[in-house]
Unconditional design. Sequence first.
Length: 111
Amino acid sequence: MTTRPSTTTGVVPTDIDVPTVTRIATEAARQVPGVCAVNPASVRLHGRSVGLDLHLITWYGHSVPAVAEAVRHAVTAGIAARTGLTVATVTVTVDDLLVPGVDVSAAGTTG
C-alpha cells in the first residue's frame, strides 16, 4: 500500500479500493456483540469519503437499535483508523434475528 503525508491524519493510504473498505467494514461489524452475520450490500467511494450499506443478522436477546448503532460506530472508527477516509454514512439493515440454540447462522454455528 503506497502512502502520502496528510496534514490532518498522519499518513493516508492512496490505493484504498472498494474490496479493502468492504473487508474492514465487515471485520469491524462482526466484532459487535449481537451480530451473527454481515453482508455488505454496497460501498461507495467518493474521493476521501465513503458511504456503506450493510445487512446484518442479529441474535435474539440483543437490542436491534443498539446493535445497529454500535455497528455504525465500529465501522466508522475502523475505516477512519485504518484508511484515513471520512465515513459519510453507514446504513444498517437487519434482515433476520436468530434465536440461540434454535437457529443456525449462515456460518453453521449456534449462539
